[in-house]
Design a protein around this ligand. Structure first.
Ligand SMILES: *Cc1c(COP(=O)(O)O)cnc(C)c1O
Length: 424
């Protein structure tokens, strides 16, 4: 198959780029650009790797919806039996609208408000992933006041060694997430003593775009040491939640496949006698990242003394990752043409910021009016999109075989100013 690296559901048909059974240039012509396009088969096959990894185990895959929270994307995962990892009251409302089972929703995040806790208790979510000792006290108060018992898991910080795994950003001492390793027992003892809380499990999440299995294995050891210590003090944990963070292929990256990684993790779990627990994972990027592309039109080519610029109609408000994290997205034309002269460009958007770039030093054969695909755009793009420069957010299409469904209209200026009021 003539498919693109990392994107098994995007391939060349002759000189034209297709996703599943749909020609991408035709989608751009009928819906305009910038346009996000997602492959349903790609999402389900990414999910299937996790499902294979959990065959024969008690497990819940909770899609970390901050990666892409569009309702139809949530629907695909809800229908496939997923739970959801949410980080705000807004995400809770979205996932309920998409038809999720509230009992499979877990609520992460360091700054949950009382109102968010109350709503989550009302709908009966599966678990609160508590991130601080102060949050435990507030959750207990909120649950007591409404005569409910809140299921809790405590997010522990496994403090995986940064020197051996320097790309891990959330599982280390000195960041805002989770409870320090040495405070774990005391925190669980406090949770067990609070009347409106029920200890359900333990969780960790060590970072994102992890391309090596070793830090997961290290973190597993640290977490299991804690589970052993907690249980020896009479605190039983029904579930162990390993968080998300598995990386994708943006630029030749080779993360372990989810099923291969979980085979290794289960060997450890079985060896230490924890293989029969209920497992949860919270994958975000690895379920949707390479299921999506962003289509954009070349507006202008601008030669320069030091650099040439390819100015496109997508910008940092649509694709924030390069500006935020100097992230790499591959960029390919929707049509391969032998005759177009190719040159080296910085691909940039129209936003009035020098930080508004999408790719640097890219060899491209492009003319004004040509269409390009920005790859690996399924995760942390649309969900982070903004209206900066009063640009409406892009439209979104979901491809399923040879059917393409518009799942989000392009945002109009009326949509943008709906809540605003002029002075009298
Ligand atoms: C963001 C996040 C995830 C998902 O991370 P990915 O790198 O997208 O898999 C999972 N759990 C928590 C608590 C998160 O904050």
């Amino acid at each position: 198959m003539n498919h693109l690296p990392g994107h098994p559901h995007v391939h060349w048909e002759g000189d034209a780029l297709w996703m599943e059974g749909v020609c991408l240039a035709e989608l751009a012509r009928s819906h305009g650009t910038p346009l996000f396009v997602y492959s349903k088969a790609a999402m389900l096959s990414a999910l299937a790797a996790y499902q294979r990894g959990f065959t024969g185990r008690k497990a819940t895959i909770c899609y970390a919806m901050k990666a892409n929270s569009s309702l139809a994307v949530l629907q695909v995962f809800a229908r496939a039996g997923c739970g959801f990892d949410i980080v705000s009251g807004g995400e809770l409302e979205r996932v309920l609208r998409a038809g999720a089972d509230p009992a499979k929703v877990i609520f992460s995040g360091v700054g949950k408000t009382r109102a968010e806790m109350l709503r989550a208790l009302d709908v009966g979510i599966g678990c609160f992933n508590v991130e601080s000792e102060a949050e435990l006290e507030v959750l207990n108060e909120v649950a007591s006041a409404c005569k409910k018992v809140a299921p809790v898991s405590i997010r522990v910080n496994p403090n995986v060694d940064a020197r051996t795994h320097p790309y891990i950003s959330t599982g280390l001492k000195g960041n805002k997430f989770g409870i320090a390793h040495e405070r774990t027992l005391a925190t669980y003892q406090r949770a067990a003593a609070l009347p409106a809380l029920r200890v359900a499990g333990i969780d960790c999440h060590i970072g994102s775009q992890i391309t090596d299995g070793a830090p997961y294995l290290d973190a597993m050891d640290r977490v299991l040491e804690l589970v052993e210590a907690l249980e020896s003090h009479g605190i039983h944990l029904d579930h162990i939640d390993f968080g998300g963070g598995l990386g994708i292929d943006y630029n030749g990256d080779q993360p372990p496949a989810a099923d291969a990684l979980w085979k290794q993790l289960f060997e450890k779990l079985d060896a230490r006698g924890f293989g029969d627990r209920h497992f949860m994972v919270e994958p975000g990027r690895s379920l949707v990242g390479n299921a999506g592309v962003c289509l954009t039109e070349v507006l202008y080519l601008k030669p320069g003394e030091h650099k040439a610029f390819c100015i496109v109609d997508a910008a940092m408000n649509d694709l924030p990752r390069p500006a935020m994290y100097q992230a790499f997205h591959a960029i390919v034309p929707l049509h391969r043409t032998a005759d177009a002269p190719s040159a080296r460009y910085d691909v940039v958007g129209p936003v009035c910021e020098s930080g508004d770039w999408i790719g640097r030093d890219r060899e491209l054969a492009a003319r004004p009016g040509d269409l390009l695909a920005v790859l690996s755009a399924g995760a942390y793009c649309m969900s982070m999109a903004s209206n900066y420069n009063s640009r409406g957010r892009a439209a979104e299409v979901l491809v399923d075989g040879d059917t393409a469904s518009l799942i989000r209209q392009r945002e109009s200026i009326a949509d943008q100013i709906r809540g605003e009021r002029l002075l009298d």
